[in-house]
Design a protein around this ligand. Structure first.
Ligand code: DON
Length: 304
């Protein structure tokens, strides 16, 4: 498959879309990024890599880190995590509080903010600092020791994290947050501020395309069954209340973030990461989603 030509085609096709998305503004530091960026990278399980555009430029991973936090928590705690967080799509925006009250503080899934805060709480009980544990995990699976937090983004989010504080306090009241609210929010904001390039992100995610095993090192992060389960969660919940539409258009398990990044997997073949900071109304990268839609069309690769 000539992935390089396909990426170049997609890069040309998305240019008119780059002015249509809106960068996230509720975290002021993210509002400073130009929506005109576009990068895309493919990491094949045999080690071949392909990239186009701004694929080597670092961006704020934001909610894409929820996938790595979940993988770390699932690898350490196993199925016990499901007593604290569900596995159903929410059908609500990623930062919504509405269901939490009805459902007595148990978030629908680990990829909405409420669920991610529970995962951070679980990791905070297990590690001295959950954010450092996630950073080290990500450095290991990306094979890149230079991956780091962006302290300015983390501080910017901390100062405006009113909704996340509200979510955390509500869950604390229901007994579903074991550590202090401030500890969990601080760790979560640092975790979300991790920066990576598309090339690094595709490599970092590749273990989930290879049944839980890191392709280049053979290290087993998750068993094949657990990896299948995380892929299923990505498909049903990884792009928030747009997960149905994303599955319809793209047909791959994926995880997005408000920094404009999306990681998607073709199980058994490759991981693909895309970055374009302009978002659609659901908080997913507008050009990034289109790029992945074109990728599965042009390569005839999807899980369906
Ligand atoms: O908690 C927040 O709102 C951000 N740190 C992350 C949100 C996010 O990326 C959701 N994405 N679409």
């Amino acid at each position: 498959m000539d992935y390089q030509t396909i990426l170049a085609t997609i890069c040309a096709e998305v240019q008119p879309l780059l002015s249509q998305g809106k960068v996230a503004t509720y975290i002021p530091q993210l509002a400073k990024v130009s929506p005109r960026h576009f990068g895309m990278a493919v990491y094949c399980l045999d080690g071949q890599t392909f990239s186009v555009g701004d694929a080597d430029q670092k961006f704020s991973l934001q909610s894409v880190t929820k996938l790595f936090a979940l993988a770390l928590a699932f690898s350490r705690e196993g199925d016990t995590i499901w007593s604290r967080v569900g596995r159903e799509p929410s059908g609500s925006p990623f930062n919504s509080l509405v269901q939490l009250e009805y459902e007595r503080g148990k978030p629908r899934n680990p990829f909405i903010n409420a669920g991610a805060l529970v995962i951070t709480d679980i990791l905070s009980s297990r590690f001295v600092q959950s954010d450092i544990a996630i950073l080290q995990f990500v450095r290991m699976i990306a094979d890149q020791p230079n991956i780091d937090f962006d302290a300015t983004v983390a501080q910017s989010e901390r100062e405006t994290a009113h909704r996340n504080y509200a979510i955390a306090h509500l869950m604390k009241d229901f007994g579903n947050l074991h550590n202090p609210v401030k500890t969990v929010i601080d760790s979560y904001c640092r975790q979300c501020s991790i920066t990576m390039s598309c090339a690094e992100l595709a490599k970092a995610g590749s273990f989930l395309a290879q049944h839980g095993t890191v392709p280049w090192s053979g290290a087993q992060i998750l068993g094949a069954s657990s990896s299948k389960r995380l892929n299923a969660l990505m498909l049903t919940c990884g792009t928030y209340d747009a997960a149905g539409d994303f599955a319809y258009r793209v047909g791959l398990p994926a995880k997005s973030g408000v920094g404009g990044g999306i990681l998607a997997l073709v199980p058994g073949e490759l991981a693909v990461a895309v970055w374009s900071p302009g978002l659609d109304a659901t908080g997913n990268s507008l050009a990034g989603t289109y790029a992945l839609e074109r990728f599965t069309t042009l390569t005839a690769r999807s899980i369906f």
